[in-house]
Design a protein around this ligand. Sequence first.
Ligand SMILES: Nc1ncnc2c1ncn2[C@@H]1O[C@H](COP(=O)(O)OP(=O)(O)OP(=O)(O)O)[C@@H](O)[C@H]1O
Ligand SMILES: [Mg+2]
Length: 499
Amino acid sequence: MNKDKGTFHIDGRIQEILQEQMMPDPEEMGTPPGGKSGEPTVEDIRFDITPEELIDYLSDYIVGQDKAMEIVATKICTHFHRMRLERENPELPRIVGNVKSNMLLIGPTGVGKTYLIRLIASKLRVPFVKGDATKFSETGYVGGDVEDLVRELVYQVDGNIKLAEYGIIYIDEIDKIASSGNWNGPDVSRSGVQRNLLKLMEETEVDMKVPHDLASQMEAVIETQRTGKAARKKVNTRNILFVMSGAFQGLPDIISRRLKRGGMGFTGVAITSVEDVENLLEKQHTQDLMDYGFESEFIGRIPVVTHLRTLDEDGLFRILKSPNSAVIQGKRRDFAAYGVDLTFDDDTLRLIAKEAHKIATGARGLVSVVEKYLLPFERSLPSTNVKKLHVTLDLLENPDAFLKELIRKHAFESFTDRFFKTTGIKLEFSTGAVKAAIDLAAERGVTLRNFLDDALKDYEYGLKLVGKSKFIITRSVLSDPKAYLDKLVKQSYKGKAEK
Ligand SMILES: Nc1ncnc2c1ncn2[C@@H]1O[C@H](COP(=O)(O)OP(=O)(O)OP(=O)(O)O)[C@@H](O)[C@H]1O
Ligand SMILES: [Mg+2]
């Protein structure tokens, strides 16, 4: 490790935190780990994983989405087993009109839609890219082109097209490309984007060279000159899995209306609670998505539709408690980076879950609540030498006051500790002295620690001289430390002389 002055020493406890099992960073995940050579290859893909194995793995990370997790994990496993079968038996005839297991995940923000698919991609060691349906336009000139997602998969694995052809493409906010029925304005372009996606979802060849991108054209020329042959620059999308997601606001109403029309005793209810929404989504049907504004061909290419549930308070609490939770473990790591061991009382996690539930942004709310409380500490502790922070209800009640008190207490404690180490003398501060020290430090505009160091600089030597093993710092010591020590030394000599 770098021993330069200024780099702090990572002690054993902090080392432990850094090694605690933690999920791969959600924003970083997706690039498959490399084989022995470092570069990932098709041979690294886990084509053979079973649904049970995958579900087992996911349950260590995902809270409260059992049903969606089972469906998604099973269908993705089958997709990869099927590809394995076809790879191993190239003589198998192709099934005409085959539809692969593209999926649609419906659910509100922060409930684990992206997380679920990222985890699966990283477990299977296949490349993953995430795009946003609102970024695409029909022509691909304004904003992005849906084909960019396929090219992005290739870049992810450093140009390994074969590997990219087994990747997963995740497209968020797919509900935003539903047309609302009035055939003018943005709707035309929305259904245009749907049609462009259709081709990709089925099978098409995507050219790595972007027609209007000079750089990629140049690159191709250079590559051809270097290798003497034109590199293969087309990506086939036949095996690429597409996962779409969106919140689909208004879909429950559509379902409710259909059920009402269908009779069967369903009279339609006002949708007032999260349960109402979920019960309705449970009954979702292909027709509802078409009514929502998707073309039937588009829906036809997405055979797997499932919804993820809103997380309740307890679910949020369990996410915080999970040893794999990025929220808490991530924060612990942030603090560990400054050499601070961060821990939480269970009570505080419950309160954080409760507050996050009110924000109604799923697990995303947890991050903002935790940030709100810990930011003052993250800001100030790195310039103190506080090495431990235990989060209690007191802290949550008034973070600023708690922080002040912590820094205060720590300044006194670390001062007396160091004093004891160098002199063997046990120091104590009277309540009056604590107050006086704080006031005097503030008056002089110095930190408490600097004030104590300066005021008591002669006491290490002086107290040793008078032969004390214990000494109480009082208010009068601090009001004129030098005079007090002089008096002490004189008295001590007088005492000795009289003996
Ligand atoms: N069910 C869950 N179990 C455990 N952690 C979760 C769960 N849901 C969300 N998280 C945490 O919250 C983060 C954000 O979740 P995610 O990106 O999956 O949200 P989302 O459902 O895709 O929502 P959005 O529509 O806002 O993208 C995840 O990286 C994960 O750390
Ligand atoms: Mg997401």
